[in-house]
Design a protein around this ligand. Structure first.
Ligand SMILES: *[C@@H]1O[C@H](CO)[C@@H](O)[C@H](O)[C@H]1NC(C)=O
Ligand SMILES: *[C@@H]1O[C@H](CO)[C@@H](O)[C@H](O)[C@H]1NC(C)=O
Ligand SMILES: *[C@@H]1O[C@H](CO)[C@@H](O)[C@H](O)[C@H]1NC(C)=O
Ligand SMILES: CC(=O)N[C@H]1CO[C@H](CO)[C@@H](O)[C@@H]1O
Length: 416
């Protein structure tokens, strides 16, 4: 299993298995810590001699400082080397376009395209650069398969392949020059009737999905926020945010009241079938719902309701400018399985797009246990938000296990 090859000579270091990668990184770290300490020890043991010299001839201070600067240089260069090796281990290298398995369309996309009229006076750029995440390189075979399409023709019907790339961190996707399969969206209802009406399920694309109709989707628990969430006519969706099931369920009216009428635009993370945005639309609040199509056509369904879906993974930096939203609503898109570091990155990005005085509504966030709840609490408290509501509840799940949920409404402080 998992071969390991290390070629330091030409500057490439590649590890196939994550465990190898991380243990090598640890070794490197250890090495750097030991060498740094050795240098420090050296410097200290040097000191008594210094003192003797110092008593006898003060002018030999110059010798000591020479030594110290030598040591510092040494430390600096080993730190640089370490950083370089770390980059290589993380495969943060530019994509090698000379490899044989790179399809032409990908090369074409990745090449820098010089602006025909020279430097643009407003932006100052001279060439257009394709933006494609370095993680794409990890899935080069998938990426080549994805980029193997007929330019100017129909795109292959393989959106799930694209989603696999996105889930692997390859974002944004580089396919641009083909026509996506057009689906006739007949029977769409006018807004706001569209918010709560069924539409023919023929307008969704079902390829690459386990379920082939809404009844199948509704019979499943697709994720923590979506059990039967495509039934927007009779299902529980019709009560969400207006009739609480427990103390962890806040009502939209109550939360809007906390915003003192200042809530006009919002962002929903992991929004299921868009019901949060639908309820907010009824209050004249415009909400963008970020969701992928994991196991269901979430984006198409939300759009059919007349709401704005955003097809984006949570690894992506949110494509919004700083301090623009009045409200961010997050449920289990930030799932309990997410690692603390990732949660921290997300929290910073949420904080960035939320304006001062804006509300962060954490809705039934699944914590799995008290430790995780404590971790999350510490993380949130570091941001200094005002706790307008804070409810920790537990539920016994289907298998009789105790689960901890956190719901909170937090107000972003003004930071100066
Ligand atoms: C709407 O669709 C659901 C399936 O999602 C179905 O159970 C229900 O009967 C439909 N209702 C109407 C009025 O068509
Ligand atoms: C939403 O806006 C419309 C049109 O301005 C208005 O008639 C309606 O009362 C508003 N609804 C709410 C809940 O504010
Ligand atoms: C209940 O929780 C346990 C542990 O968190 C999990 O393994 C199990 O799958 C859950 N059961 C259901 C029905 O959600
Ligand atoms: C006595 C002694 O060791 N003097 C040395 C002090 O340091 C300078 C250069 O740093 C030497 O040239 C001296 O010989």
């Amino acid at each position: 299993m998992g071969s390991v090859s290390l070629k330091i000579g030409d500057g490439t270091a590649r590890f196939k298995r994550a465990s190898w990668c991380s243990s090598s990184l640890n070794l490197l770290m250890l090495f750097s810590v030991i060498t740094t300490n050795l240098f420090a020890w050296y410097a200290f043991t040097y000191a008594p001699k210094n003192q003797i010299l110092h008593h006898q001839m003060p002018r030999n201070l110059s010798l000591i400082s020479e030594h110290v600067s030598l040591i510092l240089k040494e430390i600096d260069s080993s730190q640089k080397k370490l950083a370089q090796m770390e980059n290589e281990l993380l495969e943060y290298e530019s994509i090698d376009l000379s490899k044989p398995n790179i399809v032409n369309e990908l090369k074409m996309f990745l090449q820098h395209h010089v602006l025909p009229l020279g430097k643009d006076s407003r932006t100052g750029i001279t060439e257009m650069v394709a933006s494609v995440g370095h993680s794409c390189e990890k899935s080069m075979d998938l990426l080549s398969q994805y980029m193997n399409y007929k330019v100017n023709g129909q795109c292959p019907n393989d959106w799930s392949l694209g989603q696999r790339l996105i889930l692997g961190g390859c974002e944004p996707l580089p396919r641009r020059r083909c026509f996506a399969k057009a689906i006739n969206k007949f029977g769409l209802q006018p807004f706001p009737v569209s918010l709560w009406e069924n539409v023919s399920e023929k307008i969704y694309s079902w390829s690459g999905l386990g379920c082939k109709n809404l009844a199948c989707l509704n019979s499943k628990k697709l994720n923590r926020d979506c059990a039967g969430c495509f039934d927007i006519v009779k299902g529980y969706e019709t009560q969400k945010y207006v009739k609480p099931r427990g103390k962890n369920d806040f009502l939209i009216n109550d939360v809007l009241a906390m915003g003192n009428g200042g809530i006009r635009i919002g962002f929903d993370i992991g929004g299921g079938s868009g019901t949060f945005a639908a309820r907010m639309a009824e209050k004249n609040v415009t909400v963008v719902t970020a969701t992928l199509n994991v196991d269901a056509p979430f984006n198409e369904f939300i759009a059919a309701r007349g709401l704005l879906p955003l097809y984006l993974s949570l690894d992506h930096r949110f494509p919004f400018y700083d301090n623009v939203f009045d409200l961010v609503h997050a449920s289990n898109g930030l799932d309990g399985s997410v690692r603390p570091e990732k949660l921290e990155f997300l929290m910073f990005d949420i904080d960035r797009i939320l304006r001062a005085g804006g509300l962060f509504w954490l809705d039934n966030f699944y914590c799995s246990n008290d430790d995780r709840k404590a971790m999350l609490t510490r993380l949130i408290e570091r941001f200094g938000y005002k706790k307008l509501q804070w409810v920790v509840g537990d539920k016994i799940n289907g298998s009789g296990k105790l689960e901890v949920y956190l719901s909170a409404v937090l107000q972003k402080p003004v930071r100066v």
